[in-house]
Design a protein around this ligand. Sequence first.
Ligand code: BJW
Ligand code: ZN
Length: 242
Amino acid sequence: MFSAMLISRLRSAKTVSVLTGAGISAESGVPTFRGEEGLWQKFRPEELANFDAFLRNPKLVWEWYNYRKHIVNQVAPNAGHYAISKMESLFPHFHLITQNVDDLHRKAGSKQIYELHGNIMRNRCVDCSKHYNEMPEADQDVLPRCDCGGLIRPDVVWFGETLPPLELKRSFDAARSSDVFFSIGTSAVVQPAASLPLEAKHEGAYVVEINIEPTAISHYVDETILGKAAEILPQLVEKLIE
Ligand code: BJW
Ligand code: ZN
């Protein structure tokens, strides 16, 4: 399943980076955004995950986030998350970049994580930016409001919003310095995260994609390994430590 080239590049790698998307959490029971099993079958992500949609209909957007928070609270990391956490100790420099907001990498023990799209467990006021970690989930008739009266929103990155600058810079630095770069469980259509594998490739990394189907970047990467992340990643780690 693993090419001799990949194993050889990994054995000599000083810096390895991993970019994950919703597919890494699929086998934990967290629905992905796009495709057959996509979370937003009724709404395209672009329609709900933006600030204008929130201002227009905060109740609807909160319903979606509360639904997803409920799922995230029920599920556990899978073998893919644990394998990535193990990889952190296998290379001199290892960077985990995630587009996911579900906190499952942290729960699996990964220490250093660049969360490009925020975290669903955090919330903040749209007016004064005060952060709220605990939020009432019940009683959807009353919208959550800050002490200052402003609406509270999930502390995630919506379309048209900028990504956290430090995490974004570190992610691009990581991509540019990587010997091997993995793009795992992402459709690679949402920018700027989707540019990271290409940036890594441009700077000489060996870029490997792990996905159940080909994606927007399959033509550009060095290898696409087709299959479930939770099955492939543990086998890769086994191979590396044997
Ligand atoms: C498995 C599996 C298994 C399943 N094993 N695999 C035109 C061209 C280019 C760019 C733009 C454009 N117009 C606008 C833009 C910019 C825009 C963008 O990229 N749009 C494109 C969609 C066209 N980007 C932005 O707006 C970003 N900000 C920005 O650019 O700022 C600068 C700026 C400011 C002002 C004006 C203009 C620019 C922000 C993007 C924010 C994205 N936010 C979301 C929601 C986050 C909060 C939340 O979770 O609710 O992030 S949208 C959603 O998509 C979420 C995800 O992180 C993100 C990526 O999705 P992901 O992870 O790839 O999931 P899926 O579902 O797409 O794919 C899952 C994959 O897993 C599939 O491939 C499956 O096959 C696979 N899979 N099971 C392995 N078991
Ligand atoms: Zn406030």
